[in-house]
Each structure stands twice: as structure tokens, then as C-alpha cells.
Write a protein that binds this ligand. Structure first.
Ligand code: PLP
Length: 376
């Protein structure tokens, strides 16, 4: 937790549950990403946290943006981003969204199949397009499954076909899965891209861009390799595979830019054993799976917690949200221990919640108001 957030929480005692984001910390992460990968252009993945103060700061810093919908494109534009600095990075787009983005000046679009490519040819004629590859997500704590991306062989055909459709086949992208703690995943994907670009060059098509996607991890309960380490592995792999003929490099970090900048402040609603003497004590917070902590699904993302009683004796707990849904459990299998004296009314801080929390919040499930947000 940054000093600024700690001060804000103790001075203001804001109503819970709330998310507090230190926008200066967002800036620090933007700079450290740029320092780790000086040759890459940073396209912030807006979905991680689309709040206006975050976008404003990133626009001020000269960042580019990866938008997933027309609404996100529009958000970036209204924050002052220039259309040439926005990529429409969702492989699944409505025709109306492509059209609206194209009319607003967006000229960079992703695709991973012939059907989407044909849509782009029709509604974004002449635009730069890049093809998303399916790569191994092994090592990612929040993998992206097989929902996106195509094979190298099909990408080759599609990119050649793009030219015939009057589009500008510009590059390729991949995403190694979110909270990817293994830098080798990027290296393996870059090797795959290297082969594809060499094959296409032999076909007479020289691609100019490689988009390395997002995935860069932050520290939750456990240490993760530094961003400098990811930068070194990636730059070495780019050099090995492309030599001096380096293509333009794009990255689309989301979690890395905003995750560590946010803290959720919550309150214990109930702490009880419900008659089970041997089991863990159940701690029910005023935020759960439906209040924004969706990434606790499968206990994939394990947040670090702070209480005002830290340092006292602890015992094993299970943690759950306040709603009437049985799926609204944060952690039951993962080992969490909290102070034995923790009781209803105590505050619990959930660290590293700047990304993928505010927008995953349900609107009014069980009547609970959505998470309030403070950007400081
Ligand atoms: C979600 C997403 C990102 C951001 O991923 P992080 O793991 O948060 O860095 C980047 N690119 C695409 C296409 C995405 O879907």
C-alpha cells in the first residue's frame, strides 16, 4: 500500500467497500515498463481499469491504448487520446463498433479468423490489421483459454488474404495469459512469431509489427520476477529471432500498470464458526465475488490482506462475500490466516486491487451498492 493511500484511508475513513487508487503509482508503473522495454510502445489495456483519472494520466504521459469495444474507444478519445494511438484489440467486434471506430479515425484492428477479417474489409477499408495467434498460456495464473487466437498456418493464409481484401496486413499479436509469472512464455511465443514472419517474408509479405500483448505480473502474496527481467528475456528473444531487422514492438499491459496502485477497503460483516468447532472461522466481508473480486474464481488470484490487528495471534479462516449466493466465496482452499480477535466492524484491506475489480463489480446483486471509487 502506498503512503498516499494509507494516509487517505486513515484521514478520510471512507465508507466501505471502496477502491482507492494512487494515480502517481500508475505513472510509476508506466515508467518502469517503458524503462524495461525501451523499444516498445505501450498500449494500456483499458479494460483493466477504465477510470477517467487513470486514462487522463496515461494520455498526459503519451501512452497508447488497447480498447475492447466502441465504448472503450470512445472513453479514450474523450480523455484526449488521439485515434492513431488507439488499437481496437478485441477479436470479437460488432460491425457497428468497427464502423463507429473507423469513422472516429481508428486504423488499427485485430482479427483471428476469416469472418472477422471480412467484416474489417467491409467496415474499416484500408485499415492496418494484425492477426492474433493462439499461444501457450502455461504459467499464467489467469489464463485466457482457447477463446482467442489462431494457428500459425492459418495466420499466414489470413494475412496474405488481408492484402487481397484491400487491408494493410501490419503484424501479429499474442497474449500469454494474465498474471504470467514465467518470462519463458514470451520467449516461446516470440519464436513462434519469428517463424511466421520468416514464412510470410518468403511469400513476399513483410510484416512490420509484433504485439506482445499483456500478462506482466504484479506481486500479490508471492514475489514475482521483476519487469526488468521480463524486459531482458523479451529483448534477447527479439534479437535472436529477428536480428537487426527488428519489427515495431507493441505491448498491452493492463494489470501491471494499475494493479498495484489500488487497495480495496472492506469491513467485516460477520465472523463465525456456525457450530463447526474444527473448521476454519468464516469471515464474511462486505465485498466478494460479485462486488468486484471476480478474479478469486477458482482462487486464481490470491490477494494479500491487511487488518488493523496485524501482528496479533492468527488462525486459519475461510473468506466470503456478503451475498446470498453459494459461489460468493473468496478463499476456502487456499491457506489464509487472520487475527483471532478479528470481529464484525473491523476493516480489512485487500491489496493489489487496482486492476480487474472496479468493472467486474455487479450492479446491484442482492441490493448491494456497487463499489465506490476514489482516485487520488
Ligand atoms: C486483457 C488483455 C490485455 C491485458 O492483459 P494484462 O494481463 O492485464 O496485462 C492485453 N491485451 C489483450 C488483447 C487483452 O485481452
Amino acid at each position: 500500500m502506498t503512503l498516499k493511500i494509507a494516509q487517505f484511508l486513515s484521514e478520510k475513513q471512507p465508507a466501505t467497500p471502496c477502491l482507492v487508487v494512487d494515480v502517481d503509482n500508475v505513472e510509476e508503473h508506466y515508467h518502469s515498463m517503458q524503462a524495461a522495454l525501451p523499444s516498445a510502445r505501450i498500449y494500456y489495456a483499458v479494460k483493466a481499469n477504465p477510470a477517467r483519472p487513470v486514462l487522463d494520466r496515461l494520455v498526459f504521459l503519451g501512452a497508447c491504448f488497447d480498447a475492447a469495444s466502441w465504448e472503450e474507444v470512445d472513453l479514450c478519445l474523450s480523455a484526449g487520446a488521439r485515434p492513431e494511438n488507439i488499437s481496437f484489440g478485441n477479436t470479437v467486434k460488432k460491425a457497428s463498433a468497427i464502423k463507429a471506430a473507423y469513422e472516429a479515425g481508428i486504423r488499427l484492428f485485430v482479427f483471428d479468423c476469416i469472418e472477422e477479417l471480412e467484416k474489417l474489409a467491409r467496415f474499416a477499408p484500408g485499415a492496418r490489421v494484425y492477426c492474433r495467434l493462439l499461444v501457450n498460456n502455461h504459467g499464467a495464473e489467469w489464463p485466457l483459454s482457447r477463446k482467442f487466437g489462431t494457428t500459425t498456418e492459418s495466420a499466414r493464409e489470413l494475412l496474405l488474404h488481408a492484402r487481397k481484401l484491400g487491408l494493410d496486413p501490419y503484424g501479429v499479436s499474442f497474449h500469454v495469459g494474465s498474471q504470467q509469472i514465467c518470462a519463458d512464455a514470451y520467449e516461446a511465443a516470440i519464436v513462434q512469431v519469428g517463424t511466421l514472419l520468416a514464412d510470410l517474408a518468403a511469400d513476399g509479405l513483410r510484416l512490420r509489427m509484433v504485439n506482445l500483448g499483456g500478462g506482466f505480473p504484479i506481486r500479490y502474496r508471492d514475489d514475482v520476477p521483476s519487469i526488468a527481467h521480463f524486459g531482458q528475456v523479451i529483448q534477447r528473444a527479439m534479437k535472436t529471432n529477428f536480428g537487426e531487422a527488428l519489427p515495431e514492438i507493441l505491448v498491452e499491459p493492463g494489470r501491471f500498470i494499475v494493479g498495484a496502485a489500488g487497495v480495496v477497503c472492506s469491513e467485516v460483516v460477520l465472523a463465525s464458526r456456525r457450530g463447526y468447532v474444527d473448521g476454519p472461522r468464516w469471515i464474511y466481508l462486505d465485498i466478494g465475488r460479485f462486488g468486484g473480486l471476480a478474479e478469486t474464481e477458482g482462487e486464481s488470484i490470491r490477494y494479500a490482506l491487511r487488518t488493523e490487528r496485524d501482528g496479533e495471534e492468527t488462525e486459519r479462516v475461510a473468506l466470503a462475500g456478503p451475498t446470498c449466493d453459494g459461489a460468493d466465496i473468496l478463499y476456502e482452499k487456499s491457506y489464509y490466516a487472520l487475527p483471532v480477535t478479528l470481529e464484525a466492524g473491523d476493516r480489512v484491506q485487500i491489496l493489489g486491487t487496482g486492476a480487474y475489480v472496479s468493472t467486474y463489480c455487479s450492479t446491484r446483486f442482492n441490493g448491494f451498492a456497487p463499489l465506490s471509487e476514489h482516485y487520488i
